[in-house]
Design a protein around this ligand. Structure first.
Ligand code: F6P
Length: 535
């Protein structure tokens, strides 16, 4: 399936893609190699993708039945085949889209009722009529991990300019330093603890939840009153001591890493208020509609996925850097690591055979301009090509500091330009000709050469408000879906995280003192060394 694409790629691999901007068949390349939804623009013109490559990439969508599978997903079919589940996080943001059926039953009434219950609870927490033992709630601690942490933590930071509720903290790691650091700055009498766990069995979350309960019990008469739960497991939340009126449930057809649109988003809703939270949902819903309706070439999720496939499976670039020039998107790379790598990091095809192509890429990144002073050296001059995905807003929220925002934007655009153009030896010589001569000039000049021809995309938008964040997150979700379908794998299970969990459970008694001799030599040796030092 990829052979024709790979042959085409080989035939154009050495071309300087900046020359494509002068190609007679695409006089307006920047426009032609962009896709737009409202005022959200994806520019992929700074890549080596030409019209022939794009046509071949779009053929992949037809060959793998992306449109049919997309429609099946939205219709509630059991597309998560290894867990026999529907994939319907889109229903959580289907505010006015009509019924959605699973097993012949419309799931929308329950979803909308839960959303209303969340909004009512968020309101009373925010306005102070729901009180802790010491009065109005000042702090909210979300205890969860993976999808029950990364989404809301990312969004609370992303929408910080809209936050007017209690302070939100996030505890995820079983490392006691995580929860200890948060408990130290909170007053148990005015803190609400949200235990966020789809299964309500995840060991890190349940351990931290018990620690928080003990912390509160020492100082507050009725600690359960200041706990809420977000879970699919109502029996387990009750056993933990959380009253049903503060349990917000969802169904198993919402995957953990896709769950921030429903109850798992409660901390975000408390931070920014129900209206802003609904605007976030509407942004996601708008992207769903675009994904279902737009022609492939105009379709942002489809084109973003195809650019990813071009770079990862066709060009064989193993990683993808996500570089938001928007500091509020500080946690976006971490969020996308789970979304993309837990979804498409699979070596098995849907039919159980080995995956015949590379699985999804390694995703990493940091906001600009910080990354420029850390790892961009390697992106510009290292021996591996790293496709970069820039995100940039036209405006920030600090109107009085707009000149500083302009400097941020200049840096973003400069980086993608530098990656594309590079600097050749002649230009490098000119840079240092006043300082060196002869052989030393040559040596010094070589160190200053930038190869260029390094691809990037840019996602540009007016302002990171709740609606825009909803659009952007839904864009990435659908991009993962399209990549998964084209690669022929199941994006919605995560069997690869099980083995470590099982072995951790088996190791627990050993780190507590049981005999380690049945373990491999390295593990037994490490246990012995740690014991000697106080384990
Ligand atoms: O790490 C595996 C995983 O199942 C993730 O997919 C999930 O987001 C996370 O654990 C947390 O699970 P839960 O919400 O059930 O605690």
């Amino acid at each position: 399936m990829f052979d024709t694409l790979r042959n085409h790629q080989k035939s154009i691999a050495h071309r300087r893609f900046e020359t494509l901007f002068d190609a007679p068949d695409t006089p307006d390349r920047a426009q032609d190699f962009s896709a737009q939804m409202g005022d959200l623009v994806l520019d992929y013109s700074k890549t080596n993708i030409d019209s022939a490559a794009r046509d071949l990439l779009i053929d992949l969508l037809t060959q793998t039945g992306v449109a049919e599978k997309r429609d099946a997903m939205f219709a509630g079919a059991l597309i998560n085949e290894t867990e026999t589940r529907a994939v319907l996080h889109t229903a959580l943001r289907n505010l006015d889209g009509g019924p959605v059926h699973v097993d012949g039953q419309d799931v929308m009434p329950d979803i909308l009722e839960t959303l209303d219950r969340m909004a009512a609870f968020a309101e009373v927490v925010r306005d102070g009529s729901y009180m802790g033992a010491g009065g109005k709630i000042t702090d909210v601690i979300n205890i969860g991990i993976g999808g029950s942490d990364l989404g809301p933590a990312m969004a609370v930071k992303a929408l910080a300019p809209y936050a007017d509720g209690p302070r939100c903290h996030f505890v995820s790691n079983v490392d006691p330093s995580d929860i200890a650091g948060v408990l130290r700055v909170c007053d148990p009498a005015t803190t609400l603890v949200i235990v966020a766990s789809k299964t309500f069995t995840t060991i890190e979350t349940m351990t931290n939840a018990r620690t928080a309960m003990a912390w509160m019990s020492d100082l507050v008469g009725n600690p359960g009153h200041q706990f809420a739960a977000l879970s699919t497991a109502a029996d387990k939340t009750g056993a933990f001591g959380i009253a049903p009126e503060r349990v917000f449930g969802f169904e198993d057809w919402v995957g953990g890493r896709y769950s921030m649109w429903g109850p798992i988003g409660l901390s975000l809703m408390i931070a920014i208020g129900p209206d802003a939270f609904r605007a976030f949902l509407r942004g996601g819903q708008a992207m769903d509609r675009h994904f279902c309706a737009a022609d492939w070439q105009e379709n942002l999720p489809a084109m973003l996925a195809l650019v990813g496939i071009w770079h990862n499976q066709v060009c064989d670039y193993a990683t993808r850097a996500v570089l938001p020039y928007d500091n509020n998107l500080l946690r976006l790379p971490a969020y996308l690591q789970q979304l993309e790598m837990e979804s498409n990091g699979k070596g098995v095809s849907m039919d159980g055979a080995d995956l015949p192509v590379q699985s999804g890429p390694v995703v990493w990144g940091e906001p600009g301009t910080n990354g420029q002073h850390a790892f961009y050296q390697l992106i510009h001059q290292g021996t591996r090509v790293i496709p970069c995905e820039f995100l940039v807003a036209a405006r920030g929220h600090e109107d009085d500091l707009h000149h500083q925002h302009q400097l941020l934007v200049a840096n973003c655009l400069a980086q993608s330009e530098a990656l594309m153009k590079g600097r050749d030896l002649e230009q490098a010589r000119a840079k240092v000709a006043d300082k060196f001569t002869g052989e030393e000039l040559e040596r010094q000049a070589h160190h200053r050469v930038f190869p260029g021809n390094r691809p990037s995309t840019t996602l540009a938008y007016p302002l990171l408000d709740p609606f825009m964040l909803g659009q952007i997150i839904a864009l990435y979700e659908h991009r993962v879906f399209v990549e998964g379908v084209v690669l022929g794998l199941n994006s919605y299970d995560q069997w690869g995280v099980e083995l470590g969990k099982e072995l951790a459970t088996a190791l627990q008694p050993i780190v507590e003192g049981a005999d380690a001799s049945g373990k491999d030599g390295s593990t037994a040796n490490l246990v012995a060394m740690l014991r000697k030092n106080g384990l």
